[in-house]
Design a protein around this ligand. Structure first.
Ligand code: GLY
Length: 436
């Protein structure tokens, strides 16, 4: 089979790494890919990364990729980024007779419109924080005053993971709502906002691969979004992740499947927009059980970088079954090992940072099965890798348990050097604390 992966980050490197292991793959392309991906697949210089707010440009990029997919007789396309899904890449590929794994534009609203997702959940009684949606700033502020703080204010649309604010005082909530609705801080993504109750608990994610009716779940995972240790500071594209997440016992996974995944799939089928693709359930484990924080319509980053190494099934078989509505015919196999990913970034990220520093030490891990280095933002010149982004490398370690995987990941990081490096030293701290 000829397979095409869409995207350029660590998540897509992990997908390509896993797909490259399938005996069913003849040729693997990644558009546009990155220098790490180029070691195992052919990178194609076609970008589908324009924000969905610039619809015409994004559609043009998608159409160029469709031409490529037809020319190269691509049998299956796998999409990484959310904007491409929200911009209808799946609809356009399918209309051209091409098989593609992911939700249609209408189904991807579960991520691209938080208002849509919240209304859906409310209608069918999926546990989530109580909410109201607003397009008018005065009405939003009146609601915030009536509810008081702490309270959560979210841009309804896609905001590159930066559109959700947990406001601990009312003044902060009022100004956040006004900035989004009146000053357009998130452009069109913030022209509607969702205001919801603050939830207390531990967050974790459950990923379901769905075929419109059936689903299979991957190993429960947790990520670290904040830049600083102790989960403080501004949110980033992800500073680390680990699985399995001890907070999500098998009983709680079952509860999440019964009360969240199954009803959402049934309702979306009833609405005429069956959900095919990854249903990323961001969950809060509260005293009343798991509640939905948000849904995403794609693999998580950096969760994909731990979930692919833990998946023992052939990913091609699973994705193909999902596209064909046959997920009930397969049994997904996951390893019972643990995986930890530590993201190596550039000092200053997510603010301004310098790049272009030479990276040394990667070669030592080329043949290791228990350490995999996924590239998030590197450049390659004259036989050397250089830093090229805020998030640079995702160092994934696999071991018998989380503690050993943490030790192994940090030992690997000791062997990788570049100027201006920054990484968190406390990845998986919640899991380690539970063990004590
Ligand atoms: N890990 C967070 C995300 O992928 O959105």
């Amino acid at each position: 089979m000829n397979i095409l992966v869409v995207g350029k980050g660590g998540r897509e490197h992990a997908l390509a790494w896993k797909l490259a292991q399938s005996p069913r793959v003849d040729k693997l392309y990644v558009a546009p890919g990155n220098p790490g991906i180029a070691t195992l697949a052919e990178c194609v210089d076609i970008r589908v990364d324009t924000p969905v707010s610039d619809r015409d440009k994004l559609t043009g990029e998608i159409d160029r990729l469709i031409e490529f997919a037809k020319d190269q007789r691509i049998d299956l396309t796998v999409v990484g980024p959310d904007d491409a899904l929200a911009g209808g890449i799946v609809d356009r590929f399918q209309a051209s007779g091409l098989k593609i794994f992911g939700p249609t534009e209408a189904a991807a609203q579960i991520e691209s419109s938080k208002a849509f997702a919240k209304e859906l959940m409310e209608r069918i009684g999926v546990p989530t924080a109580r909410h109201r949606s607003f397009t008018d700033a005065d009405a939003a502020c009146a609601y915030i005053r009536a509810q008081g703080a702490p309270i959560v204010v979210k841009a309804s649309g896609l905001a590159a993971g930066k559109g959700a604010f947990v406001c601990h005082d009312e003044t902060e909530a009022l100004s956040t709502a006004r900035e989004m609705l009146e000053e357009g801080t998130f452009g069109g993504a913030g022209s509607e906002i969702v205001i919801e109750d603050y939830m207390v608990g531990e967050e974790a994610s459950l990923f379901a691969l769905c075929d419109g009716e059936h689903y299979v779940t991957l190993v429960p995972a947790q990520d670290h979004k904040a830049i600083y240790e102790g989960d403080r500071g501004p949110n980033t594209g992800g500073m680390g992740s680990y699985a399995p997440a001890p907070v999500m016992t098998p009983e709680l996974v079952q509860e999440a499947e019964d009360r969240i995944i199954r009803p959402v799939l049934d309702e979306m089928r009833r609405m005429g927009i069956p959900y095919k693709g990854v249903l990323y359930c961001g969950l809060m484990f509260t005293e009343e059980g798991p509640k939905v924080v948000e849904f995403n319509a794609r693999f998580g980053d950096p969760e994909c970088q731990i979930l692919m190494p833990l998946l023992t099934s052939d990913l091609v078989d699973v994705l193909e079954a999902a596209c064909d509505g046959r997920l009930h015919e397969i049994e997904i196999q996951n390893s019972d090992a643990a995986a930890v990913c530590v993201v190596m970034a550039s000092e200053g990220y997510p603010g301004s940072y310098e790049k272009g520093f030479a990276i040394d030490g990667l070669q030592a891990f080329a043949d290791r099965d228990d350490i995999v280095i996924f590239h998030a933002g590197t450049a390659h010149r004259d036989g050397r890798f250089f830093t090229d982004s805020g998030r640079v490398l995702c160092v994934t370690a696999i071991a018998d348990d989380i503690e050993s995987a943490v030790d192994k990941a940090y030992a690997a990081i000791d062997g990788i050097t570049y100027d201006n490096v920054y990484f968190r030293r406390d990845i998986a701290h919640r899991a380690l604390r539970r063990k004590d």
